[in-house]
Design a binder for this molecule. Structure first.
Ligand code: FES
Ligand SMILES: [Fe+2]
Length: 352
């Protein structure tokens, strides 16, 4: 893990919500203290990259191996820097050519090259952590929160794969709810890993943790198409271990036979209250020679199977009051998700 650029505070830390913010002020301030992925490290090359997190537009660029995440607003006259270019010494604003380099600092004013550059012309940067092949950021500068844990990632002899980000027209809370849901496999995932005849959900329990909750689910649903023969055995059973980390990340460890494990992280990054960019780093300790693109394609196919449900369900935001919906026994995880979010102080997620 690499912690970089302690944020440069060129503006006071007042409440300064993004314009056109789709969250309530209270929810935005609570959400802003968590870490979210905003890009794959491999995608940060020699041009500035655009991302949006909690309605805040961001520019991401690399300079001398340091990754900078900053507001996508030129401190001079407010033009987005993602419209500009990168000359190797920094990102150049397309309007008057000011350039921003290491630490987000302005290092060139083309129209007055001799002038001392005031701090006011530095970018408003955010803290950055590089972890699991992803660039994580946090929109507050004094957070106590940590990046969610991805089991197995740091072990020897594993294959690490970072899926292409998936853009979803739905709230992140709804998306992560779908990832934790175990009753939809036989209905939604029949094109990938599930059997339409295997609809029964065995009993399972959840345990609260400091960051959210864990759930252990002994499943009779297979893991991936290659295991067809294995899953037909009478005693077929695999452990699906879920770890939910507030507010919108979960990992699923699938325990296969003889110590073989696969872990999928579902990090739902809230672009706005109605849009999500899903990042999914995956690690496994078997079939290490699988083609990376095949692993990505297979997992993207699973996420695509979920798309129609999560993009059309109502209400669009997640009701935290359990009385507002009907529940079935298989919903233990999604009930616990609501309890954890409520306990963390969120109470405005219900909106028709
Ligand atoms: S607006 Fe960016 S250099 Fe003037
Ligand atoms: Fe699903």
């Amino acid at each position: 893990m690499k912690m970089m650029n302690a944020a440069i505070k060129t503006q006071p830390l007042n409440i300064d919500l993004p314009s056109h913010c789709t969250f309530s002020t209270e929810d935005w301030l609570k959400l802003a203290k968590y870490w979210y992925p905003v890009a794959r490290i491999e995608d940060i090359q020699d041009v500035p990259i655009k991302a949006t997190l909690l309605d805040e537009n961001l520019v991401i660029y690399k300079i001398k191996e340091e990754i900078i995440v900053a507001r996508d607003v030129c401190p001079h006259r407010g033009v987005p820097l993602t419209l500009g270019s990168h000359d190797g010494e920094g990102v150049i604003c397309p309007y008057h050519g000011l350039r921003f380099g290491e630490g987000g600092k302005c290092n060139r004013i083309p129209s007055s090259p001799q002038q001392t550059i005031p701090n006011k012309l530095n970018l408003y940067t955010y803290p950055v952590i590089e972890q699991y092949g992803l660039v994580w950021t946090c929109l507050t500068h004094d957070t106590q929160e940590t990046v969610p844990n991805l089991p197995l990632w740091h072990e020897e002899n594993v294959q690490q794969v970072i899926c292409t980000p998936v853009d979803i027209e739905a709230f992140a809370g709804r998306q992560v709810e779908g990832f934790l849901d175990v009753a939809h496999f036989a209905w939604v995932h029949t094109g990938t890993f599930a059997d339409p005849e295997n609809q029964f959900v065995p009993d399972y329990s959840t345990q609260e943790t400091a960051q959210g909750f864990n759930a252990d689910y002994w499943s009779t649903v297979g893991d991936y198409p290659a295991s067809d023969t294995f899953k037909k055995a009478d005693d077929f059973k695999i452990l699906r271990h879920f770890e939910f980390h507030l507010p919108f990340t979960a990992t699923l460890t699938i325990h296969l036979r003889q110590g073989a494990k696969q872990v999928i992280m579902n990090a739902a990054s809230p672009v706005s209250a109605r849009k999500t960019r899903l990042f999914a780093p995956i690690v496994k300790n078997y079939d290490l020679d699988d083609k990376v693109q095949d692993v990505i394609d297979y997992n993207l196919k699973i996420f695509e199977e979920d798309r129609l449900m999560v993009e059309t369900q109502k209400p669009e935001r997640l009701p935290l009051d359990l009385k507002l919906e009907a529940h079935i026994p298989a919903d233990r995880s999604s009930i616990m998700l609501r309890r954890c979010l409520k306990k963390a102080g969120f109470d405005q997620f219900f909106l028709i």
